[in-house]
Design a protein around this ligand. Structure first.
Ligand code: HEM
Length: 593
């Protein structure tokens, strides 16, 4: 009974008050302070002990570690400087009470993440991005602490690969090819909106693959909402002044009500709205696919959600897991791919000589009557190098996405990397190291051509580390590389992409190759550029191919009744109830009254 419980609670309170009165308030306070001071000293001793064993780095203070010295923006540049200062490829930086290891060198990253992939397959404990987000239901943040968790993670990796793994992506060539033809048409018709066209392209590709539905307009809210969500997540996840260090340092704070000040700025994280949204989107997509005539179904790849939901029982997947696997396509695939292409536009403006060389090669191999195709790639060595340089020069996932974490104590160069610690690949420093990439800020595709004076050895066969490492390497890498190649090659073939001219003076306006956003997925800050077709013949090829592509993609036309921004309110109103996740990660509707 509630009244009995209240009486008991009051009695306990009275007993505590009586005990305090007996001992004296001051003594209780002193005892409390003594316990707190002992805990603080013990914790600081732990920090200093670890510091003596781990890679070098600035001296940490109790509780706050080195957080006070974090720069406001782009900490990856600061970590690169620290690595140069200590003359070591690895540095340790304390975010609060947690040591984070930053790898600033390609060879060390290869040695640790690739050669010891087995023990670096896990993520560390991440409160904000992990536990308050997808947690163990999401492949991106999943931790591996025992065999059961390893098996669970393997199932998710396998299911993700079923959708976008190397085996599947060849089947998506037609989609990427057609969508990129439409980007060329859009560049012709509305060049000023180039960012929106690239965002539409990237979102539409993953939407067709995942849900069977094309995103036809750049005003479709799925684009703006998903990209805004990803950018908030990307901002929160970068150690910096706004990094929710308190929550990471004292995870218990996550258990308090959301009105507490340390949750400020976290958006809707922990409200799990995204989960239900993507689940509903998937169910709707399956319904729409099932209603299509058999001939149409045969003419398109089976939407990933259809395959995935078919596998759900076999692997006993919860609805949260199903939702996060489908959401990953949008979350991991749209902002990253479009930001990479915006970087490409910036490189064209800043380094026009490289575009001219690529066009010369394309003219000789492809001509003006059609646009390039992957089959041309063996005859386009400079174009291939150009795309590699786009991926290296300003890599979107600038700190390599999420941290890895060793599942057992490890050592590198005699330094300890304790089990469970955050180990982050600093892609900025790796791709900016002048031993591997002389004149690193110069966009210079030739560096990828053997025999060039700036060509240098690099671990692995790609020549970049844009997609991460080892067992956690990006699941969508093959899809992203394939799409980046065709879109970059087609746009270079079709357009002169140059610095914009000042309408008053007619002079070229400069572009800033360092003006980038601060999130963990970075993209150039808005800049103007001039995009014009290279010739009349090319213009008519673009129109012809673009219109044909629109026609070919008609089978993917469709509407969704769901909007992320209003979904939650509508569901609540409709049901007078609220969806929550139960212990097993399944959606349960509870009454909100
Ligand atoms: C240019 C585009 C892209 C870039 C630069 C990129 C980069 C990355 C990076 C750096 C990681 C972390 C790797 C690590 O922890 O070592 C990652 C993870 C991931 N990416 Fe991508 N990505 C791109 C596109 C995509 C696409 C198109 C998809 C799917 C459609 C995708 C799905 C994923 C998933 C599911 C993970 C989590 C893998 C795991 O934790 O096991 N990505 N990506």
């Amino acid at each position: 009974m509630l009244s009995d419980r209240l009486v008991l609670d009051n009695l306990s309170l009275l007993r505590v008050q009586a005990a305090v009165a007996e001992v004296g308030t001051l003594n209780v306070l002193l005892a409390f302070l003594a316990v707190a001071a002992t805990a603080l000293v013990a914790d600081y001793a732990r920090m200093l002990y670890l510091r003596s064993k781990m890679p070098p780095g600035p001296f940490p203070y109790p509780i706050i570690g080195n957080t006070y010295s974090l720069p406001e923006n782009k900490p990856w540049i600061y970590f690169e400087e620290l690595s140069k200062y200590y003359k070591t490829p690895l540095i340790t930086f304390w975010i609060g009470r947690n040591p984070t290891v930053w790898i600033n060198d390609a060879w060390a990253a290869h040695e640790i993440f690739e050669k010891k992939a087995q023990i670096y397959a896990s993520r560390p404990r991440m409160v904000v991005f992990g536990e308050l987000g997808g947690g163990q239901s999401s492949l991106v943040t999943m931790r591996i602490r025992n065999n059961e968790e390893r098996d669970h993670w393997r199932v998710h990796r396998k299911l993700m690969h079923l959708g976008v793994g190397v085996q599947s992506v060849r089947g998506y060539r037609a989609i990427q090819n057609n969508e990129s033809k439409i980007v060329a048409l859009d560049f012709l018709r509305e060049p000023k909106e180039y960012v929106k066209h690239l965002e539409r392209y990237a979102t539409s590709v993953v939407s067709i693959i995942g849900f069977g539905r094309r995103v036809a307009s750049y005003n479709d809210p799925i684009i703006t909402e998903v990209i805004a969500l990803m950018q908030l997540a990307a901002d929160l996840n970068v150690p910096g002044k706004s990094f929710p260090m308190l929550l990471e340092t004292f995870p218990i704070l996550a258990k308090f009500p959301r009105s507490m000040p340390w949750f400020r700025g976290l958006g809707t994280r922990n409200q799990k709205g995204g989960h239900y949204f993507f689940h509903s989107l998937a169910e709707e997509a399956i319904e729409q696919y099932d209603q299509k005539p058999p001939a149409q179904q045969a003419a398109m790849p089976t939407p990933y959600v259809k395959t995935l939901f078919g596998e759900a029982d076999k692997y006993n997947l919860s609805s949260a897991e199903l939702s996060s696997l489908t959401a990953n396509l949008f979350g991991a695939g749209s902002d990253t791919s479009s930001s990479t292409l915006i970087t490409f536009v910036l490189a064209c403006c800043a380094f026009p000589e490289t575009v001219k060389r690529a066009q010369k090669e394309l003219d000789a191999v492809v001509g003006s009557g059609r646009s390039p195709h992957w089959d041309d790639s063996p005859n386009l060595p400079y174009m291939n190098a150009f795309v590699k340089e786009v991926l290296r020069w300003r890599s979107v996932a600038i700190i390599g996405g999420q941290p890895h974490s060793p599942t057992q104590d490890d050592s590198y160069n005699g330094w300890l990397i304790p089990a469970g610690s955050w180990v982050q690949g600093n892609v900025w420093a790796i791709h900016h190291h002048d031993r591997e990439f002389p004149e690193p800020d110069r966009f210079y595709p030739d560096r990828y051509l053997e025999g060039n004076e700036l060509h240098r050895p690099f671990p692995g066969d790609k020549g970049y580390m844009t997609f991460g490492w080892g067992r956690r390497v990006c699941s969508g890498q093959a899809l992203a590389e394939q799409g980046t190649w065709i879109t970059v090659a087609r746009l270079v073939w079709g357009f002169n992409i140059r610095k914009a001219r000042d309408p008053q003076t007619g002079k070229e306006m400069s572009v800033d190759i360092f003006a980038y956003t601060n999130g963990l997925n970075m993209r150039p800050l808005p800049f103007k550029c001039e995009i014009t077709p290279r010739s009349e013949e090319i213009r008519s090829s673009i129109v012809r191919e673009g219109e044909q592509a629109l026609d070919d993609l008609k089978i993917h036309d469709g509407e969704s009744k769901y909007r992320m921004s209003t979904y939650y309110q509508q569901e609540k109103k409709k049901l007078a109830a609220e969806p929550i996740l139960d212990e097993q990660g399944n959606v349960k509707i509870v009454n909100v009254k």
